[in-house]
Design a binder for this molecule. Structure first.
Ligand code: NAP
Length: 194
């Protein structure tokens, strides 16, 4: 079994971006110290074009070899004419509207998202599955999530896009590692209580 990990950046009040999902207010917190952390422990969570721009596109995957994201998140790359934003991973994009995949490395999941993710989780392998988001897809996959890695930046947004676009339900997690950074960022890892 592979783990499904929702690795996500959010504000203190739990928003992953502004009401439209724009997370630009969080970018300044990826300073030198935080970038070093990402580079050494989660290099595969950085998009291929970002890694190339930073001159670190040869870093080996540390934790994940597969990414699942919704079309809303994938759109951010498409708007830059990037069709394979995580070329160093197997890419799955949930969409009922995209139809044919615009890239050979990207598989579109149009039907039975939960079932397809369960199949991916059932595969053998040492690497896990990176659930990138966004809110809607994370909400639909909440029951499948085994682990959370929450990068909390020291900002309050007041309103915005929630971490999970799902209805009210209490789901328990157990706190694991906590990392703090000089700029006030905190990265907490939680495993799901089953
Ligand atoms: N802070 C962070 O770390 C972070 C990380 C990731 C994303 N984000 C932000 O999140 C925003 C996007 O989130 P979002 O909630 O709007 O969108 P999303 O969850 O990324 O994608 C939603 C889309 O996924 C498809 N989808 C959803 N459920 C499906 C299902 N069961 N089967 C097939 N397709 C399904 C639909 O695409 P179709 O309409 O094509 O059918 C739907 O419109 C972006 O603005 C991004 O900036 C932030």
């Amino acid at each position: 079994m592979r783990k499904l990990t929702y690795f996500i950046a959010c504000s203190i009040d739990g928003f992953i971006g502004d009401p439209e999902g724009d997370a630009a207010s969080m970018y300044p917190f990826v300073d030198e110290e935080f970038f070093e952390f990402l580079k050494s422990e989660y290099p595969e969570t950085m998009p291929t074009h970002g890694r190339r721009a930073a001159g670190v596109d040869d870093l080996a995957n540390q934790k994940y070899d597969t990414i699942v994201q919704g079309r809303g998140s994938y759109d951010l790359a498409l708007r830059l004419d990037v069709t394979s934003p995580y070329a160093h991973l197997r890419e799955y994009v949930a969409s009922r509207t995209l139809g044919e995949s615009p890239d050979p490395n990207v598989e579109i999941i149009a039907d039975d998202l939960v079932g397809r993710v369960r199949e991916l989780k059932a595969e053998d392998g040492d690497f896990g599955i990176y659930l990138c988001g966004g809110s809607q897809v994370a909400g639909e996959l909440l029951d499948e999530i085994d682990e959370l890695v929450v990068k909390t930046y020291p900002i309050v947004l007041g309103s915005g896009m929630p971490m999970f676009g799902s209805g009210f339900a209490v789901t328990e997690f157990t706190l694991g590692e906590v990392r703090t950074f000089g700029n006030g960022a905190v990265v907490r890892t939680y495993s799901r209580k089953r």
